[in-house]
Design a protein around this ligand. Structure first.
Ligand SMILES: [Zn+2]
Length: 217
């Protein structure tokens, strides 16, 4: 696992973020999630920070050229700290980003890459995103998977569970459309090149993680 790069792809709601977190805890690798990076970059009060904020808040997508610069800055930091491995969560989103991120990783000599698809169906994605809930009192997110589906009260504080208003079905469907046109070609590319590791994402979090570990060792 020396200088291992693990790229995690999956539909919205696939749980790849959760798997990224588990992998990070297990291997103590660096983590790069474009969502997190953009959320932290938008807090900087400059032109780019403010523009990222307005793009994200309006449901738009930040252009690749801006993201690429943020990647390079992160990679430089990882390199300085002493690199041992990296988990990439949610990138690349397009074939162009695939080329650029591979170029950026190659710049640092990090070429030992594995691409993991946490595979769920579109229907499962819609169900998970439109049916997940939050605790009204402590905010805990209750995913629409496995035994969580049946919960009536918050397991932490006993609070009432409410649906998340931002995940309406129309919005979710449009994210899926975008995935199909932009991200799917990336998956197809890695499938053809033989680099894609496909994991059944429609299992418990523990089973998915077990399969991931099995496949990357
Ligand atoms: Zn609660």
């Amino acid at each position: 696992m020396e200088n291992q790069i693990l790229v995690l792809l999956g539909l919205p709601g696939s749980g790849k973020g959760t798997q990224a977190k588990l992998l990070r805890e297990k291997f103590n690798f660096e983590y790069m999630g474009s969502g997190d990076l953009l959320r932290s970059r938008k807090k900087v009060d400059d032109f780019t920070g403010n523009k990222i904020a307005s793009v994200i808040d309006n449901g738009g997508r930040v252009p690749t050229v801006v993201i690429t610069k943020i990647w390079m800055e992160e990679f430089e930091k990882f390199h300085q700290k002493g690199f041992s491995g990296l988990i990439v969560d949610g990138s690349p989103r397009t074939i162009m980003e695939k080329e650029l991120i591979e170029g950026a990783l190659g710049w640092y000599g990090w070429e030992n890459k594995k691409v993991i698809l946490v595979d769920i169906s579109s229907e499962e994605s819609v169900a998970r995103l439109t049916k997940r809930r939050n605790c009204k009192d402590c905010g805990k997110l209750i995913p629409y998977v496995g035994e969580f589906k049946l919960l009536e009260k918050c397991p932490d504080c006993g609070g009432e569970l409410i649906s998340r208003a931002d995940d309406d079905e129309k919005g979710v469907r449009s994210r899926l459309e975008w995935f199909k046109t932009d991200v799917q070609p990336v998956i197809d590319y890695y499938e053809k090149s033989g680099e894609l590791i496909r994991i059944n994402g429609e299992q418990s979090i523990e089973s998915v993680f077990k399969d991931v570990l099995e496949q990357i060792k």
